[in-house]
Design a protein around this ligand. Structure first.
Ligand SMILES: Cc1ncc(COP(=O)(O)O)c(C=O)c1O
Length: 419
């Protein structure tokens, strides 16, 4: 049984019926500080709808056992559901083969898997790794670790004042020592959608593979890894209306087969003696130990839910909401939007003149409005804009124009207090 939205989610004309969608999310009925919760911290983690929660409960109450290891009913059931979840991910991102989908604990682990499994094997002294200023720390630090160990260098693509990648500079960074490119599909700090398809094509002309950090793209855009021709694509379940503790690494089979396993243990082997271990085939080679079975199956339900709504509809609804929020905030004196790229997804970072972002976050919380303040694990972006931190409202398809109004009203209140 797939997780369908609980109620008819479409209006005439095919747009999302927001009221019906919102009824699926129990947490959206919360009151915070006596006000209705306005949840605008979706880039950090999005909320789970009831059919997805139900899937978690059904697994725990009727299907739980360890997988791949026994012939009894529950183990076979859990194994079948876990592998079904893999096929759902495969369809969701249009991977060619299900063995190209590896379950990890999240984007961070997915990127570490590539850095350690591919990078440490194929990057050597004097080699170069291209990253961008827009990367989340999880697509910087693992590469720094590899570079330090191997004596390789990081080359970083700059951004312009709008927060767009300087693609002209990207092209200039390539040399015959370039071994891999790591680029975020959508910036978590600014919302910029990067031209990853063109960047991948350019890298491939030079024989260089590309890892795409899709943590902020998979929840908001229709992702097609074959169309992008991405070599690796990473994302997290908890930003996709799924649970924490589960993520995905997509990798082209030919590359995954050449890579070193990152973790050793049960399930990732074919045979073990004290003299020699033979590794399992992909994807098991990279899934050592008991995997997050419940979380993977529940992620499958989240994918069913989003697919039933339609990623195109989700993207259109969020685009309209971001446009509305941008025009409202732009009209506010003393508020500056940071990140004004032409193509953006779901993120509105801003600074209120004379008010520290931490105070903004605290005062907005008093109004029931949940945003994130800080460096968003993207300190190089903050350094580029010469700010220590920003306030960030990030949207999901279940947010409403009325919630944008609540955000704007709360910002006005902050300005009054500090005015
Ligand atoms: C662009 C980007 N990459 C990577 C991550 C790390 O994701 P996780 O903490 O789920 O591993 C995040 C999380 O905020 C992100 O926004």
């Amino acid at each position: 049984m797939t997780a369908r939205p609980a109620s008819a989610p479409f209006l005439q004309g095919g747009a999302l019926d927001l009221e019906a969608v919102r009824r699926d999310f129990p947490v959206l009925k919360l009151q915070v500080n006596g006000k209705p919760l306005v949840f605008l911290d979706n880039a950090a983690s999005s909320q789970m709808p009831q059919p997805v929660i139900d899937r978690w409960v059904r697994y725990q109450t009727q299907e739980h056992a360890n997988i791949h290891r026994a012939v009894h009913y529950l183990s076979e059931k859990a194994t079948a559901e876990y592998e079904l979840a893999r096929r759902k991910v495969q369809a969701f991102i249009n991977a060619r083969e299900e063995r190209e989908v590896i379950f990890t604990s999240g984007t961070t682990e997915s990127i570490n898997l590539v850095a350690h499994g591919y990078g440490r094997k194929f990057i050597g002294a004097g080699d170069e790794i291209i990253l961008t200023t827009l990367e989340h720390h999880s697509n910087i630090v693992p590469w720094q670790m590899v570079a330090e160990e191997k004596g390789a260098k990081l080359r970083v693509v700059p951004i312009d004042d709008r927060g767009e990648l300087r693609v002209d500079e990207y092209r200039k960074l390539f040399s015959d020592r370039t071994r891999i490119v790591g680029v975020t599909h959508v910036s978590n700090a600014l919302g910029t959608i990067n031209p990853v398809k063109e960047m991948i094509a350019f890298a491939h002309e030079r024989g260089v593979p590309v890892l795409v950090d899709g943590a902020q793209a998979a929840p908001h855009l229709k992702v097609d890894v074959q169309d992008l021709d991405a070599d690796f694509y990473a994302f997290s379940g908890h930003k996709l209306c799924g649970p924490t503790g589960i993520g995905v690494l997509y990798g082209k089979a030919a590359l995954l087969e050449k890579m070193q396993p990152f973790k050793g243990g049960g399930d990732m082997i074919l045979s073990v003696t004290f003299e020699k271990t033979t590794y399992n085939v992909i994807p098991q080679k990279f899934e050592a130990g008991t995997p997050p079975i419940a979380a993977a199956i529940t992620l499958g339900a989240a994918i069913d839910y989003l697919t039933a709504l339609g990623m195109d509809r989700i993207a259109a609804a969020e685009h309209d909401l971001l446009d509305y929020a941008t025009s409202e905030v732009n009209r506010m004196p003393g508020v500056r939007i940071i990140g004004t790229a032409e193509k953006k997804a779901a993120v509105l970072s801003f600074a209120i003149q004379g008010v520290h972002p931490h105070d903004v976050g605290t005062l907005l919380n008093e109004e029931g409005v949940a945003i994130r303040t800080g460096h968003h694990c993207a300190q190089p972006v903050m350094q580029r804009f010469k700010v220590p931190a920003t306030s960030r409202a990030s949207f999901a398809f279940y947010n409403t124009p009325a919630e944008v109004d609540a955000l704007v009203a709360a910002i006005r209140k902050v300005q009054k207090i500090f005015g």
